[in-house]
Design a protein around this ligand. Sequence first.
Ligand SMILES: [Cu+2]
Length: 494
Amino acid sequence: MNWESDPITRRAALTRGFSGVGTLALVCSFDFDKKARISGKKTSAYVRSAASTPFDPFQRDVPILPVATPGSATKQLEQYVITMKPGTADILPGLHTPVLGYNGLYPGPTIKATRGREVQIRQINQSGRDLNVHLHGGVTEPQFDGHPHDFIPTGTERLYKYPNIARSATLWYHDHAHGETHLTLFAGLAGFYLLDDPNDKQFDLPQGEYDVPLMIQDRSFNADGSFRYRFDLDRGFRGDTILVNGAVAPRMKVERRIYRLRFLNASNARPYKLELGNGRKMIQIASDGGMLPGKPVARTSIPLEPAERVDVLVDFRDFGVGSKVILHNTVGEASTSAVMRFDVVKGGAEEARIPKQLAEDEELPEVNMERSWPLTFEGLAGGSSVWHIAGGGFSEERIDAKPRQGTTEQWTWVNQSDRTHPMHLHGYHFRVVSVDGQPPSPGDRGWKDTVAVYPRSTVVIRPYFDYFSGRYVFHCHAAEHGDMSMMGQMEVQA
Ligand SMILES: [Cu+2]
């Protein structure tokens, strides 16, 4: 894989003594597969014109992601072994794309976890780089959270322990190596972690093959089929091709029945706005932190910023056999405006239903402290720039907040820039209080771990520092922003 890098950006990194820059330069010349040729100026557009239309949407069935099998399982504990290593993915016809993946797979294997039953994952790092693993949305002790400076050196391994004590939700795992997540996530290190709760059976939600995790990412390609990365500190990476579960804008054969679709935006920085053809409704039942409180929310348009998840029910009984229903991205460009297509191929006996009521509305403790976090793009001497939270970039040495365990605080994200920042907290969940003084959209009124802070807007959240104490990070999940270096640290005091 040959990474392009903007020399100005690298100089920017040097200017502020950015610790990741040495490895960034290394990454730029890093080949995941020696057979992948340097393709010079052969861009994705070149491939589009030269190859036999490999980028046409709806050519392949959506890949059903492999589910990891535990090496051992008891009622209390499931144990997995995963190896982070290079591999190849079959994305474009006749070409093998070098990736860095969990077990060499892109996307990684899905972990299916159960509330109250611990999961332990032995992560073996055979990637040739120092990595770690962050369970995004997971409630874990800090030593298992994948702090950006807590590395698994290549050639070694680490045991991560996930107690699965929080609400059922669609989680995911990815690398969090400081300053490099924009490259390792792009290279393929991402997988689903579905936390189920046996008590959810009361909702009669779709199960098994009718409960489908869908990982949305954008990529560009070199002529040899390798991923093509181009660094953009301002906007973050934007590819010209949408992949779902590792396939170019695929089609999914569905029966005339209710499906649960779990959408994850695992893109570096691209936002989506998901809309079904003809303005058909999707019934949202969950967001990042699990089931919505109260009733499901019917939506025709669902914005999805990097790292956000949304679980929806789609009732394909509303469509006749033979219908082809496109899922659009209405904020995409020409080549990124189609996400996937649902092809209604046959009838089906219905066992699921649309629940009338979801989770209980939970009361939060009184606010214990208020903090305000301006989000800014700062010019540096020499003409380079950097992303800041409250006037600072990330420093491992600095604690930016010391909330007390068991309390809530009121945090205000004040976006003084012209880019959206999906702001993410590790270790804890929050409720969105207001967006520019207005109540959040109904789909955002549940527990969240990532919230979109749009350009020049102000978002107030109320994090609940329950569960564990210790040191965690919070950051922008536009990967390039978070790496450089829109990230802070909190140390929750017991
Ligand atoms: Cu950002």
